[in-house]
Design a binder for this molecule. Structure first.
Ligand code: RRO
Length: 300
């Protein structure tokens, strides 16, 4: 796979994981050092952390949909201190650059997180999750261009490290949110987070998920994600990390053709923890084939 530079960070290829879709510590326990020797991604994005520890949403937390699933995990995490003390040292041993995902319930909380996480040399970039659909307040900062701009402006001075803004598909105009993030100093945008959805318990007619609603992901949302990536890529000059139901090299190639500089694998990791490597290999082969076809069809 061709190496690339993303926000000044060298990556051996363009395949990342979507935040929260691959537990690298659990995978290390399960697969041992084989995981590190054949790590499935070219950069690793952590599960989103918050300032204070969180239990997450009550179960059930998952529902399977046709070609996808709905999650209502609710951001369980150890909080900033727990992350720095016990997760970061282990994530720092991964053989690829580390991107830490952070989420705050206010701009000041986000600022504290960005400042504290950004001080660590092991961290290559930060991802600002302004798009989680599963928080009690129901408010999604990243649904509004002005709110997003205020957040990024506040955070910009807290770190010199690249800031990636993770966008929600649950916005009226994702292109406008992306443009606002760029104008406020974001170095890249990533999209899409999950689409808001709901499932009912077939027996009771009550919401199935403990958090009542959740986020839909997987191939079911791929066409929506592809359109949003194309729209955002046409609107901004900063790199776009595209994701949403990517399950093959062909899907990844489509997101790159739509304007993404890199792609992320999410739901497919739950089915196959080695999906990242397979998709990278398929993408590399496809690039060669497409290249050959392009050359041979050139006018002579
Ligand atoms: O933890 C979650 O429930 C969650 C998060 Br933080 C997110 O960004 N997106 C999602 O679908 N679930």
């Amino acid at each position: 796979m061709t190496p690339l530079e993303l926000c000044g960070i060298s990556l051996r290829g363009p395949v990342l994981n979507g935040s929260g879709t691959f537990d690298a510590r659990a995978a290390h326990r399960a697969f041992g050092d084989a995981l590190l020797e054949r790590f499935p991604f070219d950069a690793f994005v952590s599960k989103t952390i918050t300032l204070e520890p969180r239990q997450g949403n009550p179960p059930p937390r998952l529902w399977e949909t046709p070609a996808g699933m709905i999650n209502s995990i609710g951001l369980p995490n150890k909080g900033l201190e727990g992350f720095l003390a016990s997760d970061l040292p282990e994530l720092a041993r991964l053989p690829v650059p580390l991107i830490v995902s952070v989420m705050g319930f206010s701009r000041e909380e986000l600022a504290q997180l960005v400042c504290a996480v950004g001080e660590h040399d092991e961290v290559s970039m930060l991802e600002l999750n302004v798009s989680c659909p599963n928080v009690e307040t129901g408010l999604i900062m990243g649904a509004d261009p002005a709110e997003t701009a205020l957040a990024v402006e506040r955070l910009r001075s807290e770190t010199a490290k690249p800031l990636v803004v993770k966008l929600t598909p649950n916005a009226t105009d994702p292109g406008a949110v992306a443009a606002a993030a760029e104008a406020a100093g974001a170095d890249a945008v990533s999209l899409v987070n999950t689409l808001k959805g709901m499932a009912l318990n077939p027996q009771t007619g009550e919401p199935w998920l403990g958090g009542r609603t959740g986020g839909v992901s997987g191939p079911a949302i791929r066409a929506i994600a592809l359109e949003q990536v194309a729209t955002v890529a046409a609107r901004v000059g900063i790199p776009v990390i595209g994701m949403g139901g990517i399950a093959s090299g062909r899907d990844a190639a489509d997101f790159i053709a739509a304007g993404a500089s890199a792609v992320a694998i999410g739901t497919e990791n739950f089915r196959d923890p080695a999906a990242g490597r397979r998709i990278a290999a398929e993408l590399a082969e496809l690039s060669l084939t497409r290249g050959t076809r392009d050359t041979s069809s050139m006018p002579v």
